[in-house]
Design a binder for this molecule. Structure first.
Ligand code: SF4
Ligand code: SF4
Length: 77
């Protein structure tokens, strides 16, 4: 299973990763970080396909994706 890490203090809550995730498994927290922004949360990690789109699209480099190889299963819109 891919491992996703969100650096909550780098996140500014723009929600671009929410919109970009093809699995639609990223949402925003109810909590605020130290800058006063809601931060991104991956709420259904088992459905992550490790595509890295969230990490690529984040303008603040707040997401890191660790995955071995390429995964195709579970890909659905
Ligand atoms: S790696 Fe892909 S599927 Fe996983 S959370 Fe990021 S955008 Fe979504
Ligand atoms: S794209 Fe980056 S800065 Fe924007 S909500 Fe997602 S993790 Fe936060």
């Amino acid at each position: 299973m891919p491992k996703i890490e969100v650096n909550t203090e780098r996140c500014k809550g723009c929600e671009r990763c929410n919109d970009a995730c093809p699995q639609q498994i990223i949402g925003m927290s109810d909590q605020l970080n130290n800058k006063g922004y809601k931060y991104a949360v991956v709420f259904d990690r088992p459905r992550c396909i490790g595509c890295r789109i969230c990490a690529i699209i984040c303008p603040d480099v707040a997401i890191e994706v660790y995955v071995e190889g390429t995964q195709y299963e579970l890909f659905q819109y």
